[in-house]
Design a protein around this ligand. Structure first.
Ligand code: FAD
Length: 444
């Protein structure tokens, strides 16, 4: 049996499907990408693209709300890797076992099918998702691809420099290889300036870059490494929980953190280790070069990115702000960080795991409603972000977002910030994470 055929059969086996078709290329036996991987479902089939915080939640809740629906989750990675808690993992406050989870056990526990494969095409006209193993037809589709980095904003079409930057100064905002690279870099850092470039809003998890800076600074302080984290922020002040983060920078890390506001990037030169910004030019020993964030590739592939008044791509999905289905295609739902504006009153929901989990639950409800011929429910998410500022003693700060409809039916946001470093908030962070892990992973 050839290696490629063995892989293909393993995948088909994991799906509980027989091998349906293969194309031959010389001596290699390869699956045809257009060939159907699964027999037609007995009832309705929902295909979920992306097995992160949003995708895992919607898959679990679809099966919970309607056990007759067939759910197929497609994800490129063999294991789930959590970005939440990864800043603590970077400095060994938590271990890898907290972040990493096995997809097959989760799929079995919640009764959906898992396919590990790269999604290479979405054919909405034929209702098919094309993967590296073959095609899967759907009745309803959920896109939960997270984000992509828009390096083109810095380097245009210069792929060589984009690849060089990704490889040498990864942002570590997409799981998981980049996190491992960053950890190795931090733990072998001998001193000098470690520059962190923040992207302009909206970006993934607004407070987490500041938490990461605190954790990295704590590491330098603990190990007496003669270095600084230079934080280049395009905003005039840290936000959210800005007072709490500033207190941490000033009181705990005055020798380890240089916070630079209004530092909009003008030019990045990874070869000569230099970033030019509106607040000055900075040379670096090492760096996290984080380009602007946009919706993950799958939303672009499906041609479901929104447009602004001038017909320009917004960079984010064009979903209905309550129903979560695409404005362009009612059979496709978009959840998680990829979603576009929720309200003209505040813009975007924070692009967080907590919100992705809540949108996953809501989308499951809306899809089941659709299958039952009902209208969508008026459900809204909430968001909690606990952010560590100290490693010993462990201390965190917190931001709490709540949403409701106002009298005109618009979504309103209320934000509460807890700026005082508190050991109890750090403990609550672990409880929060365990609760999430119980909700959509194999824990609990
Ligand atoms: C350092 C850091 C700290 C954070 N801390 C917190 C926190 O404390 N609390 C919090 O709530 N949030 C936090 N977040 C944010 C949180 O990680 C994201 O908001 C959340 O992961 C978004 O979920 P998602 O499902 O939209 O995307 P993701 O979780 O990124 O999942 C997307 C999935 O889609 C897959 N995918 C994409 N394209 C393809 C393709 N073509 N084929 C196959 N698979 C594909 C990806 O591999 C990925 O697994 C943090 C993020 C970072 C980076």
């Amino acid at each position: 049996m050839s290696f490629s055929r063995r892989n293909f059969l393993a995948t088909a086996g994991a799906l509980g499907a027989g091998v349906v078709s293969r194309a031959h290329a010389g001596n290699l036996v390869l699956p045809s990408l257009g060939a159907e991987l699964l027999p037609p479902p007995k009832g309705k089939r929902v295909v979920v693209c992306g097995g992160g915080w949003g995708g895992l939640t919607v898959a679990r809740y679809l099966r919970k709300l309607d056990p007759s629906v067939e759910v197929v989750l497609i994800e490129r990675n063999p294991v789930f890797w959590s970005c939440p808690m990864s800043n603590k993992w970077l400095v060994d406050i938590v271990g890898t076992d907290l972040l990493v989870h096995d997809y097959l056990t989760v799929a079995k526990k919640f009764g959906y099918q898992f396919l590990q494969s790269e999604i290479v095409g979405i054919e909405r006209d034929r209702k098919k998702v094309i993967t590296g193993q073959g095609a899967i037809g759907y009745d309803y589709l959920v896109l939960a691809p997270g984000i992509r980095y828009q390096y083109e904003a810095w380097f245009g079409d210069d792929r060589k420099t984009i690849n060089y930057t990704k490889a040498n100064y990864p942002a570590a905002y997409i799981p998981s290889a980049e996190h491992i690279t960053l950890k190795k870099k931090l733990h072998s850092f001998k001193g000098g300036d470690f520059v962190t470039v923040l992207p302009p809003p909206p970006h993934r998890c607004p407070p987490s870059p500041y938490e990461r800076v605190c954790m990295m600074a704590w590491h330098l302080k603990q190990h007496k490494i003669p270095g600084r984290i230079v934080l280049l922020d395009p905003k005039p002040a840290p936000t959210p929980i800005g007072i709490g983060f500033k207190q941490a920078f000033d009181e705990l890390y005055k020798d380890q953190v240089l916070y630079v506001p209004n530092a909009t990037v003008k030019e990045v030169d990874p070869y000569n280790k230099q970033v030019k910004t509106a607040a000055g030019d900075f040379k670096f020993e090492d760096a996290i070069l984080m380009a602007p964030h946009r919706a993950g590739d799958l939303v672009w592939m499906a041609d479901l990115i929104g447009q602004d008044d001038k017909g320009q791509a917004t960079g984010w999905a064009d979903q209905h702000n309550v129903g979560l289905h695409s404005q362009k295609d009612p059979n496709v739902w978009i959840i998680g960080d990829a979603v576009g504006k929720a309200s003209e009153l505040f813009g975007w929901y924070p692009k967080s795991g907590h919100v992705a989990n809540r949108l996953g639950r809501i989308a499951a409800r809306q899809i089941v409603n659709r299958m039952q011929g009902k209208d969508f429910d008026k459900l809204l998410p909430d968001n909690l972000c606990y952010m560590f500022v100290n490693g010993n003693p462990i201390e965190a700060i917190l931001v709490d977002f709540q949403y409701k409809f106002n009298a005109e039916g618009k979504i309103v946001q209320t934000v509460k910030e807890y700026h005082e470093h508190d050991v109890n908030l750090a403990k609550e962070d672990f409880v929060w994470f365990e609760g999430m892990a119980e909700d959509f992973l194999d824990r609990g």
